[in-house]
Write a protein that binds this ligand. Sequence first.
Ligand code: HEC
Length: 279
Amino acid sequence: MTTAVSTRKSASAHFSKLCALLIFILMAAVSEAKPAFLDVFLSTYKPDGASALASAKCGICHSSVPKRNPYGKEVKKALDASSDGKMTSEILQQVEGIDSDGDGWSNGDEIKAGFLPGDPTSHPTGAAPKGSAKPSQATSPKSGDSTSSSLIPTHAFHPVVVHFPIALFIFAVVLEFFGIRKQNPALTTAALWNLGGALTSMAIVTPTGVAAWLLGQHKLEGAMLIHLCLAVSSLILMAVTLTSRKKLGSDSKVYWAILLVSAVVIGLTGHFGGQMVYG
Ligand code: HEC
C-alpha cells in the first residue's frame, strides 16, 4: 500500500520535473530562432518608429514567415557565406550596397530612408542615386539552391527538439533495466512515464521534421528517405512499446524485445537525421 502511494508520488514528481524541463528547453529553442534576427536588424539601423521599415518587423526580410523576400534571401546568402553562420550587424552591412528588390535603390539607401529593401513598391520618391546599387545575385533563379550547403539550417527547430524523444526513450530503457534489477517499482513507474514522454514529444518533433523537409530543399531520396522511413517506424514502435508495457508489464520478455528493437530503430533514425544536418 505505502509502496504504491510513494511510487505514484515519485512518478508524478518525476513527470512534472520532466515537463518543466521540456517546456524550458522548447522555449529556449523557440526564442533562439529567427526573432533574434529582427533584434539584430533593429539595433543595427534603429529605424524611425513611424517608418514603413519599423512597422514591417519580420516583413523586413520575410514576404510571409517563413518565406523570405528578396532582401531576406540576400541576407541568408551572406549568412551562409559567413564562417560561423551567426547573424550580426556586419552581415547586414555586407548587403547594403546591393539592390535586392530591383527598384533602383540600394538596400542601404532604402533602409536609411525608412523603406523596405525587399519590396520593389517601397522606396524613397524621386530618382535613385545613379550607379550606387549593385543588382542582386541572390534572387536570380539559379543561385538559390547552389549557395546553401546546409540544406536544413542547423539552427532550425527540428535538429534541436529531436533530442527529446531519443533521450527520453533511452532513459526509459535505463530506468526499466535498473527497476527490474533492483526490484524497484519507483524506477519502473518512472520508466513508464519516460516512454509516455517520449511518445508525447514526438507529437512536437514530427511536425517540425515535416516542416524542415518542406522548407528545405531535400529530395525524398538517400539519407532523407531512410530518415523518413525510420522516423515513421520509430513513431509506430514507440506506441507499440508503450502499449505492450501497459498490457504485458515490465518483466515480459516480449516487451523487452520490443523495447530494444525500438531503441535501435530510434537510434538509427537519429543517425540518418544527423547525417543530413552535420554531413
Ligand atoms: C534581417 C532579416 C530578418 C528578419 C528581420 C527576420 N528574419 Fe526570419 N529569417 C531570416 C533569414 C536570413 C533566415 C534564414 C536563416 C537560415 O537559413 O539560417 C530566416 C529564417 C526564418 C525562419 C525559418 C524558416 C527557414 O526557412 O529556415 C523563421 C520561422 C523565421 N525566419 C521567422 C522570423 C520571424 C517570426 C521574424 C520576426 C520576429 C523574423 N524571422 C525576422 C531573416 C530575417
